[in-house]
Every structure is written in structure tokens, then in C-alpha cells.
Design a protein around this ligand. Sequence first.
Ligand code: JB3
Length: 208
Amino acid sequence: MNRPVIVLGGGGHAKVLIDTLHIQSVKVLGFTDPDLGKAEESILGVPFIGDDDIICKYTPDQVLLVNGLGTTRRTSLRKQLFLKFKKSGYCFANVIHPSSIISSYVRLGEGVQVMAGAIIQTGSFIGDNSIVNTKVSIDHDCQIDPHVHIAPGVTLSGEVTVGEGAHIGTGAVVIQGIQIGRESLVAAGSVVIKDVAKGVTVKGVPAI
Ligand code: JB3
């Protein structure tokens, strides 16, 4: 990366991202968080630098941002932060763990995060601000829209589409060709064998 990075958020997801940035020798200036109690903390040696207002002390060409907010269900706050800083002209860095395996025929949007051990097969697309979490497997020709969280251990077979803002819970399995609607939630451990409409929650084996 040609610019130092500021991480938004000071929780568990931010910690994993900072660890990955350190592996890649990226300079991390600090992390922001509205919780001023974080002032007494650092994360893996990275200092708290204030709430998000501090970012405007840097111009967009001086820093890159990394969205450290994870999501356990809906992804709206993470999405809002991304859109707010994009509107102000800032760019978000992609964070790709070196142990992930990504086909050279995969396209990644902006601010995409691919965590340790993830595999993304040929022809797939990962949209802006999406998380492909630890040990996820995304097979060929999948389309992941922006602001999606694919939680740890999920398996997507080939040609699956996931709509904007959806959350696929830990360990879920989705068979080939399934379409998952925007803002939907697939509960952890589900096995999805039919399409999921937008905005709904499905769970179980098979998921309903
Ligand atoms: O499941 C896995 C592997 N990771 C989870 C991740 C995807 O989501 C993780 O276990 C957590 O469940 C969750 O991680 P996250 O988002 O880091 O959650 P938490 O540890 O609760 O930390 C969120 C932090 O974001 C807190 O310190 C909040 O104060 C902070 N925060 C909230 N709103 C914000 C804002 N930070 C900034 N910069 N701006 C905000 O608007």
C-alpha cells in the first residue's frame, strides 16, 4: 500500500485486520472508536487516535481507511461508515490475508476483506466493503454484492449469488446456483438448498 492506514473500530474484527496488516508490513497510524474508554487501550501495539472526526485531519490522499466494524447479523452500520467516508473522498484498502487462495480470475471491489484460509475460485466477484471471513470457501462464478458478510467457515458452491447487505452465518453451506436476496440472513449452520428471498431470515437443515 502506498499510504498509511487508519482502522475504523476497535473491536474483535479490527484486531484481526490489524494483525493481517502487520503481516504485510502496512503502516497503521491508529484506530478510531466512539468509545472513549478505548483511549487507554492499544490493539496489537496500534494506538487509539480518537473518534471518527479525527480522520478529517488527514486528507484523502494522505491515508487509506480500513473498515474494522464487523457484523454478526445486519450490516447497516458497517455500510453507513463506508458510504460516509467514500462521500468525503476517502478510499478503503483491501485487506487480503496471505494464506488465502484467490484465483487470478476473481474480481474484488474496494475495501474487500479476505481473512486467513479463505478460498475464492475462478470467475467470482466480491463487491465493495464485503467480508470473506476465516476459512470461507467460495467456489466458481459466485457473485457477492457489496456490504455482505460471509462468516467463518461458510461454503458457497458454484454460481451462488448473494445480494447486497446479506449475512451468511458461521458454517452455513449453500448448494450450487442458489440466489440469496439482499439484506437476508442465513443462520449459522444452515444448509441452503433453495433460493432465499430478500430481507428474510432462514435457518436449519434444510434452511427454511
Ligand atoms: O465472527 C467473527 C470472526 N468476528 C466477529 C465480527 C465479524 O463482528 C466478531 O466476533 C464480532 O462479533 C464482530 O466484531 P466487531 O464489529 O469488531 O465487534 P465488537 O468487538 O463489538 O467491536 C465493535 C467496535 O466498533 C466497538 O469498539 C464499538 O465501539 C466500535 N464502533 C461502533 N460504532 C465504531 C462505531 N467505531 C467507529 N470507528 N465508528 C463507529 O461509528
